[in-house]
Design a protein around this ligand. Structure first.
Ligand code: ZN
Length: 332
């Protein structure tokens, strides 16, 4: 007993609870042409070696990334052939003449080739910052994107688990229905350029709502990014989700929401790519290697792979991303 106490077995890392060998070779996605990850956060040049090592291992060629403009320069210089940038504001500086500074940022990103603007309107933006996408305050930003013929990406909604835990104060945060009404107030006016709804329009738990949005707004695309969220909710209603993906295969962009950090090496980054590829491409059924802090220890998710048909994967990984990038003039 004293032996066990003095030499405890270290607990497995949260990104690999099940002991997967993430370095084991996996064939590239069965896709003709460049494979795109349309939603990611490669934040800094110093993170790029581990990032692209994992990307190469899992067959992902090009990333649409959201990082600060100051880092975008260095990233573009070294990795410009594998990156496109999505314009974001200077993070953490929300006071003062926010909108003017944000407009300048859009111009800066535009000048290095970015043609997509991201607006983050998850519940904390509404409850904590008191922002509304459909307010006069934000109208100049959306008009700027339209004037520059840029696509728009929005994050509206959040995991249902968070609405039931973090956002129960609806006087402060509002309700999910209100968040989607706010979004649609704007969507209805901007039907020309592509509009990308991040994280399955922020509501993979309710694909009926997502279908209604797709049917109502023909310029709307979804990205399927956010690993733990998708693993949990797509797997939870696997058959319905598979039908949804096949039915809407012209409207869905592959994305991971991979986020780089100093302490995140190959293994961490690989865990996200491994899960996405198992979830979309295979019929894998088994425990997720990544700990899901939204669920109790004894209810950790089981991945239930959608095993999507080849033509559907071809569109998610390649055809649809190129359609959007072509529409805004990023590629010819
Ligand atoms: Zn993201």
């Amino acid at each position: 007993m004293s032996d066990t106490l003095s030499n405890p077995v270290p607990p497995p890392p949260d990104y690999n609870r099940t002991g997967v060998d993430f370095r084991r070779p996996m064939p590239r996605p069965k896709v003709r042409g460049t494979v795109y990850d349309f939603h990611s956060h490669l934040h800094a040049l110093r993170h790029a070696d581990a990032w692209f090592a994992s990307a190469d291992h899992y067959g992902i060629d090009v990333f649409l990334t959201m990082c600060q403009l100051e880092e975008a320069m260095g990233l573009q210089r070294v990795w410009g052939n594998r990156l496109h940038f999505i314009a974001v504001p200077k993070w953490g500086e929300w006071e003062g003449n926010l909108i003017d500074r944000w407009l300048t940022r859009i111009e800066g990103f535009y000048n290095i080739g970015s043609r997509i603007v991201k607006f983050w309107f998850a519940p904390p933006a509404i409850g904590d910052r008191k922002w509304r996408l459909d307010s006069d305050m934000f109208r100049p930003l959306i008009e700027e994107a339209r004037g520059r013929k840029m696509a728009i990406m929005t994050h509206v909604g959040d995991p249902e688990t968070w609405y039931r835990s973090k956002y129960t104060d609806t006087a402060k945060y509002g309700t999910r229905d209100e968040h989607y009404r706010m979004w649609e107030n704007v969507l209805a006016d901007y039907r020309e350029q592509p509009w990308i709804a991040a994280h399955m329009a922020g509501n993979p738990e309710d694909l009926t709502r997502v279908q209604r949005l797709l049917d109502r707004y023909p310029n709307l695309y979804l990205d399927c990014s956010a690993t733990r969220w998708m693993v949990r909710e797509i797997s939870a209603h696997r058959d319905e989700a598979r039908d949804f993906f096949i039915r809407n295969q012209d409207r869905i962009l592959f994305g991971t929401d991979q986020v780089s950090q100093d302490e995140r090496g190959f293994e961490f980054l690989a865990s996200r790519l491994w899960c996405h590829r198992k979830l979309w491409e295979t019929a894998f059924i088994g425990p997720t290697p990544i700990h899901d802090p939204d669920l109790p220890e004894d209810q950790q998710p089981t991945i239930r792979g959608l095993c999507l048909p080849d033509e559907c994967l071809q569109k998610m990984y390649h055809d649809n991303p190129e359609k959007v990038l072509r529409a805004v003039g990023v590629i010819a």
